[in-house]
Design a protein around this ligand. Structure first.
Ligand code: IMP
Length: 176
Protein backbone atom coordinates (compact mmCIF):
# COMPACT_ATOMS: atom_id res chain seq x y z
CA UNK A 1 0.00 0.00 0.00
CA UNK A 2 1.14 3.55 -0.64
CA UNK A 3 -0.14 6.92 0.44
CA UNK A 4 -0.62 9.85 -1.95
CA UNK A 5 -1.83 12.95 -0.14
CA UNK A 6 -4.93 11.84 1.85
CA UNK A 7 -5.62 8.63 -0.08
CA UNK A 8 -4.36 5.05 0.09
CA UNK A 9 -3.56 3.11 -3.08
CA UNK A 10 -2.81 -0.57 -3.66
CA UNK A 11 -0.58 -2.18 -6.33
CA UNK A 12 -2.44 -2.75 -9.58
CA UNK A 13 -0.24 -2.98 -12.73
CA UNK A 14 3.50 -3.59 -12.42
CA UNK A 15 6.16 -1.93 -14.55
CA UNK A 16 6.87 -5.34 -16.17
CA UNK A 17 3.24 -5.77 -17.19
CA UNK A 18 3.25 -2.21 -18.55
CA UNK A 19 6.38 -2.93 -20.60
CA UNK A 20 4.86 -6.15 -22.01
CA UNK A 21 1.82 -4.25 -23.30
CA UNK A 22 4.01 -1.44 -24.64
CA UNK A 23 5.99 -4.01 -26.65
CA UNK A 24 2.74 -5.42 -28.03
CA UNK A 25 1.51 -1.93 -28.96
CA UNK A 26 4.85 -1.18 -30.64
CA UNK A 27 4.46 -4.35 -32.74
CA UNK A 28 0.94 -3.39 -33.80
CA UNK A 29 2.12 0.13 -34.66
CA UNK A 30 5.05 -1.30 -36.62
CA UNK A 31 2.69 -3.39 -38.74
CA UNK A 32 0.48 -0.38 -39.44
CA UNK A 33 2.98 2.48 -39.75
CA UNK A 34 6.51 1.29 -40.59
CA UNK A 35 7.64 3.17 -43.71
CA UNK A 36 4.91 5.82 -43.33
CA UNK A 37 6.94 8.23 -41.17
CA UNK A 38 4.07 8.86 -38.73
CA UNK A 39 3.88 11.71 -36.25
CA UNK A 40 3.13 10.85 -32.63
CA UNK A 41 1.35 13.60 -30.69
CA UNK A 42 1.68 12.99 -26.95
CA UNK A 43 -0.70 14.80 -24.62
CA UNK A 44 0.99 16.19 -21.50
CA UNK A 45 1.24 15.92 -18.56
CA UNK A 46 -0.02 12.40 -17.88
CA UNK A 47 1.39 10.65 -20.94
CA UNK A 48 5.05 11.60 -20.55
CA UNK A 49 6.28 8.23 -19.22
CA UNK A 50 4.10 6.15 -21.53
CA UNK A 51 5.11 8.26 -24.54
CA UNK A 52 8.78 7.90 -23.66
CA UNK A 53 8.68 4.11 -23.23
CA UNK A 54 6.44 3.58 -26.26
CA UNK A 55 8.63 5.76 -28.47
CA UNK A 56 11.75 3.86 -27.38
CA UNK A 57 10.04 0.62 -28.44
CA UNK A 58 9.34 2.03 -31.93
CA UNK A 59 12.14 1.02 -34.27
CA UNK A 60 10.97 2.67 -37.51
CA UNK A 61 11.29 6.31 -38.58
CA UNK A 62 8.80 8.48 -36.74
CA UNK A 63 8.51 11.95 -35.22
CA UNK A 64 7.04 12.91 -31.87
CA UNK A 65 5.77 16.18 -30.46
CA UNK A 66 4.28 17.05 -27.08
CA UNK A 67 1.24 19.20 -26.54
CA UNK A 68 -0.80 20.47 -23.64
CA UNK A 69 -4.53 20.91 -23.72
CA UNK A 70 -6.12 24.10 -22.54
CA UNK A 71 -9.84 24.04 -21.95
CA UNK A 72 -12.02 27.07 -21.72
CA UNK A 73 -15.73 27.80 -22.03
CA UNK A 74 -16.77 28.22 -25.63
CA UNK A 75 -19.39 30.67 -26.83
CA UNK A 76 -21.80 27.88 -27.80
CA UNK A 77 -24.11 26.51 -25.14
CA UNK A 78 -22.55 23.08 -25.71
CA UNK A 79 -19.73 24.51 -23.66
CA UNK A 80 -16.17 23.41 -23.54
CA UNK A 81 -13.54 24.12 -26.13
CA UNK A 82 -10.27 22.24 -25.85
CA UNK A 83 -7.31 23.49 -27.81
CA UNK A 84 -3.76 22.29 -28.19
CA UNK A 85 -0.77 24.32 -27.06
CA UNK A 86 2.60 23.59 -28.62
CA UNK A 87 1.45 21.86 -31.81
CA UNK A 88 4.20 23.29 -33.98
CA UNK A 89 4.30 20.63 -36.72
CA UNK A 90 1.74 20.62 -39.54
CA UNK A 91 -0.48 17.54 -39.54
CA UNK A 92 -1.54 17.94 -43.16
CA UNK A 93 -1.16 14.63 -45.03
CA UNK A 94 0.66 13.07 -42.07
CA UNK A 95 -0.22 9.81 -40.35
CA UNK A 96 -0.96 11.03 -36.82
CA UNK A 97 -1.11 8.90 -33.67
CA UNK A 98 -2.31 10.64 -30.51
CA UNK A 99 -0.79 9.25 -27.30
CA UNK A 100 -2.89 9.60 -24.12
CA UNK A 101 -2.38 8.19 -20.65
CA UNK A 102 -6.00 7.40 -19.88
CA UNK A 103 -9.42 7.83 -21.40
CA UNK A 104 -12.10 8.10 -18.78
CA UNK A 105 -15.32 9.84 -19.88
CA UNK A 106 -13.87 10.63 -23.32
CA UNK A 107 -14.78 14.28 -22.88
CA UNK A 108 -11.25 15.61 -23.46
CA UNK A 109 -10.69 13.73 -26.70
CA UNK A 110 -14.18 14.43 -28.05
CA UNK A 111 -13.50 18.13 -27.76
CA UNK A 112 -9.94 18.00 -29.00
CA UNK A 113 -9.84 15.53 -31.93
CA UNK A 114 -11.85 17.80 -34.29
CA UNK A 115 -9.09 20.39 -33.98
CA UNK A 116 -6.61 17.82 -35.29
CA UNK A 117 -8.98 16.60 -38.02
CA UNK A 118 -9.28 20.19 -39.26
CA UNK A 119 -5.63 19.99 -40.30
CA UNK A 120 -6.46 17.14 -42.70
CA UNK A 121 -4.03 14.44 -41.60
CA UNK A 122 -3.70 11.39 -43.89
CA UNK A 123 -4.93 9.33 -40.94
CA UNK A 124 -5.66 9.96 -37.26
CA UNK A 125 -5.43 7.17 -34.68
CA UNK A 126 -5.62 7.04 -30.89
CA UNK A 127 -3.20 5.14 -28.70
CA UNK A 128 -4.03 5.01 -24.97
CA UNK A 129 -2.38 3.20 -22.11
CA UNK A 130 -5.54 2.82 -20.01
CA UNK A 131 -9.17 2.75 -20.99
CA UNK A 132 -12.11 2.75 -18.54
CA UNK A 133 -15.04 1.67 -20.75
CA UNK A 134 -17.54 1.84 -17.88
CA UNK A 135 -16.81 5.55 -17.40
CA UNK A 136 -17.18 6.48 -21.06
CA UNK A 137 -19.84 9.12 -21.66
CA UNK A 138 -18.52 10.55 -24.93
CA UNK A 139 -17.69 7.58 -27.18
CA UNK A 140 -14.33 7.93 -28.91
CA UNK A 141 -12.74 5.32 -31.15
CA UNK A 142 -9.58 4.02 -29.49
CA UNK A 143 -7.35 2.19 -31.96
CA UNK A 144 -4.53 0.97 -29.70
CA UNK A 145 -5.24 0.18 -26.04
CA UNK A 146 -2.72 -0.94 -23.42
CA UNK A 147 -5.13 -2.03 -20.68
CA UNK A 148 -8.89 -2.01 -20.26
CA UNK A 149 -9.58 -1.31 -16.58
CA UNK A 150 -12.58 -0.93 -14.27
CA UNK A 151 -13.86 2.46 -13.24
CA UNK A 152 -11.52 2.99 -10.29
CA UNK A 153 -9.07 5.85 -9.81
CA UNK A 154 -5.42 5.04 -10.57
CA UNK A 155 -2.08 6.80 -10.02
CA UNK A 156 1.54 6.27 -10.97
CA UNK A 157 3.49 5.93 -14.21
CA UNK A 158 2.72 9.55 -15.09
CA UNK A 159 -0.82 9.61 -13.74
CA UNK A 160 -1.52 11.90 -10.81
CA UNK A 161 -3.83 12.41 -7.91
CA UNK A 162 -4.08 16.16 -7.45
CA UNK A 163 -0.62 16.66 -8.95
CA UNK A 164 1.15 13.92 -6.97
CA UNK A 165 2.06 10.30 -7.59
CA UNK A 166 3.29 10.71 -11.17
CA UNK A 167 6.78 9.49 -10.26
CA UNK A 168 5.65 6.07 -9.02
CA UNK A 169 7.04 3.54 -11.55
CA UNK A 170 4.06 1.15 -11.31
CA UNK A 171 0.32 1.80 -11.48
CA UNK A 172 -1.68 1.77 -8.24
CA UNK A 173 -5.42 1.89 -7.71
CA UNK A 174 -7.46 3.53 -5.00
CA UNK A 175 -7.92 1.11 -2.13
CA UNK A 176 -11.53 0.21 -1.40
P1 IMP B 1 -11.69 12.23 -19.80
O1 IMP B 1 -11.74 13.54 -20.53
O2 IMP B 1 -12.82 12.09 -18.81
O3 IMP B 1 -11.58 11.04 -20.72
O4 IMP B 1 -10.46 12.27 -18.83
C1 IMP B 1 -9.18 12.22 -19.28
C2 IMP B 1 -8.24 12.80 -18.26
O5 IMP B 1 -8.72 12.69 -16.90
C3 IMP B 1 -6.97 12.02 -18.31
O6 IMP B 1 -6.10 12.52 -19.31
C4 IMP B 1 -6.44 12.17 -16.90
O7 IMP B 1 -5.70 13.35 -16.79
C5 IMP B 1 -7.67 12.31 -16.03
N1 IMP B 1 -8.03 11.00 -15.38
C6 IMP B 1 -9.11 10.24 -15.63
N2 IMP B 1 -9.13 9.15 -14.86
C7 IMP B 1 -8.00 9.19 -14.10
C8 IMP B 1 -7.42 8.30 -13.11
O8 IMP B 1 -7.95 7.22 -12.75
N3 IMP B 1 -6.24 8.70 -12.57
C9 IMP B 1 -5.62 9.86 -12.92
N4 IMP B 1 -6.11 10.70 -13.85
C10 IMP B 1 -7.29 10.37 -14.45
Amino acid sequence: MIQVLDKTFEPYISRDEIQTQIDRLAEELTQDFAGKNPLFVAVLNGSFMFASDLFKAIKFNAEICFIKLASYKGTKSSGQVVSAIGLDISLKDRHVIVIEDIVDTGRTLTHFLPELENQQPASLKMCVLLHKPDAMVFPVQLDYIGFTIPNRFVVGYGLDYDGYGRNIPDIYQLAE
